[in-house]
Unconditional design. Structure first.
Length: 574
């Protein structure tokens, strides 16, 4: 069958066309690639497969289905892998400093593999938190035709007759310390919380970014829903492989899809599902790859206009499998579209617009996983942006699941310069109801690496301490619940106000008005600033040192390079 693709216009011409490329072709033949396959477009199939955690363990199998789809559509797939750092295992110790950094390494390694081997198109598969945005960043950066596919969520565990997730185990640690859970029950819980392959089951960061992948248009409609163990995922992977060849034929590229309007759609689905605050870190980073300014404040504006309609853990009752069983992300998107919240004319990797993808979706009756937009759980999104004297560059808090009477707070600061010290204070009973825990020097530069604080927030929840706030220049897991404010900027390491706080300073948070302030006279803050000196962290070489030298503010996505705004060429056009 004659090829419908003109190799003379594709990147792979640099490695496969002409007499001078005989050595390059010889390497391909050594791997069993035929002459016919060499003449076809070469498609990178990038996965984050590894044995680090259940999030990634099924990606290798799913990649084989993607490759079948590519071959069916006259492409030659070339599979490769990249790293992941799995937050659940990195959580609560210095390993978490590697997590956000891994997002950049993932994007960079996919870029370098594609550039080095001149592949013409790309399908990416990801499971754990940072691998989803990392893969999407690489797709937009390279701007070759590309499709993303999520590896799928884990099945819910069962404990004492109820569904549980990994967050229940983190919270169980606090319950165990306070004698609300026995050692035996905690052991039973840990044995049963994670019964299969797949990413954490609530609307934590992985499932939040999976919803984003469909809303932003980089994944096929319906592809984010099926749990990882379901064999139906293989069909979705096959279709994704075929879809990337259609995009190549039609020359539809990620930057045709990732527009300002598509980013707004993505922010809306984060808010509507009570998703992870990390969405406000990753969307600006994806936007940076397209040369679009879309920072924390832009994200927060969309949050304000979006109804919170999906009752998902940790703030709600249900897990990703429950959402899938009532129709998946498509139901949420269609309800938002019908309510006028989304831009329906955005192009997607199906080759159709978002509205065209959703035209046959109907709202499922007799269920309470997804609410009607006209009668939402909350009229504004489950995630809120904050600003004030304590966070001039902004901050963020998840309000999903927080009662209305707990959306405002005033209390004395209890200041800690690293998470371990705060966690120890919580576990040793040194935090009182009404306190505001301050964890600083955990920002992108100061950590370095902007750690998540799930171990501490989950312990607070497990202890039943419901009137304690926690603020940080670091991050929170999508599994965090309670009045926990993250991404405070400027961070302490660059002299931000959070670095000037002292024990006893009165902190005021109002998640309704979107404010976070400290009750100090401006002159007192200036006097403290004059006495402040920068600190040196313990990472003075290696990957974390390099990250700290280049990373920007959390409000801009904690990115490490100028993005498409400064580029002089795009890989796709080499």
């Amino acid at each position: 069958m004659p090829s419908k693709f003109d190799k003379s216009k594709l990147p792979s011409r640099h490695t496969t066309v002409g007499p001078e490329r005989a050595p390059h072709r010889a390497f391909l033949y050594a791997m069993g690639v035929t002459e016919e396959e060499v003449a076809q477009p070469l498609v990178g199939v990038a996965t984050a497969w590894n044995e680090a955690a259940p999030c990634n363990i099924s990606l290798g199998r799913q990649a084989q289905a993607v490759k079948l789809g590519v071959r069916t559509a006259q492409g030659t797939p070339r599979e490769f892998t990249t790293i992941t750092v799995t937050d659940g295992i990195a959580m609560g110790h210095e390993g978490m400093k590697s997590s956000l950094v891994s997002r950049e390494i993932i994007a960079d390694s996919v870029e370098l593999t594609m550039r080095g081997h001149c592949y013409d198109a790309l399908v990416t598969l990801a499971g754990c938190d940072k691998s989803l945005p990392g893969m999407m960043m690489a797709m937009v950066r390279l701007n070759v035709p590309a499709v993303f596919i999520y590896g799928g969520s884990i099945l819910p565990g069962r404990f004492k007759g109820r569904d549980v997730t990994i967050v229940d185990v983190f919270e169980g640690v606090g319950q165990n310390v306070s004698d609300k859970m026995s050692d035996e029950d905690l052991h039973e819980l840990e044995l049963n919380a994670c019964p299969s392959a797949g990413s954490c089951g609530g609307q934590f960061t992985a499932n939040t970014m999976a919803c984003v992948s469909e809303a932003i248009g980089l994944a096929l409609p319906g592809s984010a829903g099926a749990p990882a163990p379901y064999e139906s995922r293989d069909q979705l992977c096959d279709l994704s492989g075929q879809a990337v060849m259609m995009l190549l034929e039609r020359n539809i590229r990620p930057r045709d899809i990732v527009t300002r309007e598509a980013l707004e759609n993505a922010a809306a689905v984060v808010a509507a599902t009570g998703g992870s605050t990390n969405g406000a870190l990753h969307l600006p980073a994806i936007a940076n790859e397209a040369g679009i300014k879309f920072d924390l404040h832009d994200v927060a504006e969309i949050f304000k206009k979006t109804p919170y309609i999906a009752d998902l853990k940790p703030g709600g009752k249900y897990v990703a499998k429950d959402l899938y069983e009532v129709g998946g992300v498509s139901v949420v998107l269609k309800e938002l579209l019908d309510a006028g919240v989304l831009h329906g004319d955005c192009l997607t990797v199906s080759g159709k617009t978002l509205a065209e993808n959703l035209k046959d979706v109907t709202f499922p009756e007799g269920q309470d996983v997804v609410y009607r937009a006209a009668a939402p759980i909350l009229p504004t999104g489950g995630v809120v942006g904050l600003k004030g004297t304590l966070a001039p560059e902004g901050a963020i808090v998840k309000v999903a699941g927080i009662p209305d009477d707990k959306l405002s707070f005033r209390g004395p600061a209890r200041v800690f310069d690293r998470e371990e010290d705060a966690f120890a204070a919580v576990m040793n009973g040194r935090i009182q109801e009404g306190d505001c825990i301050v964890i600083r020097y955990e920002g992108p530069k100061g950590g370095p690496g902007m750690r998540e604080m799930l171990a501490t927030t989950a312990a607070l929840y497990g202890l039943g301490m419901e009137r304690v706030a926690l603020i940080t220049d670091g991050r929170f897991s999508g599994g965090t619940r309670g009045l926990c404010v993250g991404h405070i900027g400027p961070e302490a390491a660059v002299g931000g106000p959070i670095g000037l706080l002292r024990d006893g300073d009165m902190i005021r948070i109002d998640a309704r008005d979107g404010t976070i302030d400290v009750d100090l006279d401006p002159a007192e803050l200036e006097a403290r600033r004059a006495q402040w000196t920068a600190r040196q962290n313990n990472y003075q070489s290696g990957a974390l040192w390099r990250y700290a030298q280049t990373v920007g503010p959390a409000a801009d996505g904690a990115v490490v390079h100028p993005g498409a705004e400064k580029e002089t060429h795009v890989y796709a056009e080499i």
